[in-house]
Unconditional design. Structure first.
Length: 86
């Protein structure tokens, strides 16, 4: 009986972690889309704002990685994508 309860608790914890990671990936994807849209604007003021947005997004990605919501590989890939847009 205890084994079943423990297995259920572990399973619930794993499912929760996966859901958090999926949410973090969705947030990062949305951040990337916003960064792409910001960079497509022609004037320099918008471009500076886009660069600031990218900096903020990089900080958010670092926070997600630090919290364990995204892996190092995911972080590096998303970081490279954002930096490529500069």
């Amino acid at each position: 009986m205890r084994g079943r309860i423990a297995a259920a608790a572990v399973g619930a914890s794993v499912a929760k972690n996966k859901a958090q990671a999926a949410a973090a990936q969705q947030q990062a994807a949305a951040a990337q889309q916003q960064a792409a849209a910001a960079q497509q604007q022609p004037n320099t003021a918008s471009q500076q704002t886009g660069q600031e947005d990218i900096t903020q997004k990089l900080q958010k990605l670092a926070n997600l990685k630090q919290q364990g919501l995204i892996s190092e590989e995911e972080y590096q890939k998303m970081k490279a994508d954002l930096l490529a847009k500069l």
